[in-house]
Write a protein that binds this ligand. Structure first.
Ligand SMILES: N[C@@H](CCC(=O)N[C@@H](CS)C(=O)NCC(=O)O)C(=O)O
Length: 199
């Protein structure tokens, strides 16, 4: 299996972390995003979005990090992505991550790293408020659980966890969210969780 990737990308790191947790070896090709290697005709034929990550496994070509994570975990029978109704709860949190939490994170990311030092304060304020709103919902969810969907680590923890690796560089509004803090501190200290950290 070959993964087109770049470790600067949180979406790519999620896939690397899940592969590590599953003990899967992936062949990797790093695309230089600054040089535009994600926009070559050859790559756009695989992923018309011109983004990483993309997985190629024989005739299967898959983009969208969360779908790739499900695909990799679905190759076996694992608590990360169990073949039971729990999958729907895991999926719920993965959709929530990409629609809400990452939406706010991306706006902060863009203003911090791609605004040539001139962030738009209105966008930053709005995104900060949104991030806080959704992180608070996660904190409530984690008040009676060790992991996002219960007692065991699942793909939902990987999908969501990568956002919290940016607490310091993006000054994320996470003060007082103690359940999130305990979950993320423990998770990010594991071998696979560490891969979610930027840097
Ligand atoms: N929803 C997609 C997002 C992928 C994405 O936004 N990738 C970014 C890096 S995090 C990228 O490749 N950007 C390069 C570009 O847009 O030119 C996923 O989860 O895979």
């Amino acid at each position: 299996m070959k993964l087109y990737t770049n470790l600067f990308s949180p979406n790519a790191r999620k896939v690397h972390a899940v592969a590590k947790e599953l003990g899967l070896e992936l062949e990797t090709q790093t695309l230089d995003l600054r040089a535009g290697e994600q926009r070559t005709a050859e790559y756009l034929a695989l992923n018309p979005n011109g983004k990483v990550p993309t997985l190629v496994d024989g005739d299967t070509v898959l983009w969208e990090s969360n779908a790739i994570m499900c695909y990799l975990a679905g190759k076996g029978d694992t608590e990360l992505w169990p073949k039971s109704a729990k999958r729907y709860d895991i999926l719920r949190w993965m959709f929530w991550e990409s629609n809400h939490l990452t939406n706010a994170l991306n706006r902060l990311f863009g203003q911090k790293f791609f605004s040539s030092g001139n962030p738009d304060q209105e966008i930053v304020d709005r995104a900060t408020k949104d991030f806080r709103k959704y992180a608070t919902i996660l904190d409530g969810n984690l008040s009676d659980k060790k992991f996002v969907t219960g007692d065991t680590l699942t793909l939902a923890d990987f999908a969501i966890g990568v956002c919290f690796g940016y607490q310091v560089p993006l000054e994320l509004p996470v003060d007082g969210l103690d359940h999130v803090a305990s979950w993320w501190t423990a998770f990010s200290a594991t071998e696979s969780g560490r891969i979610l950290l930027p840097g």
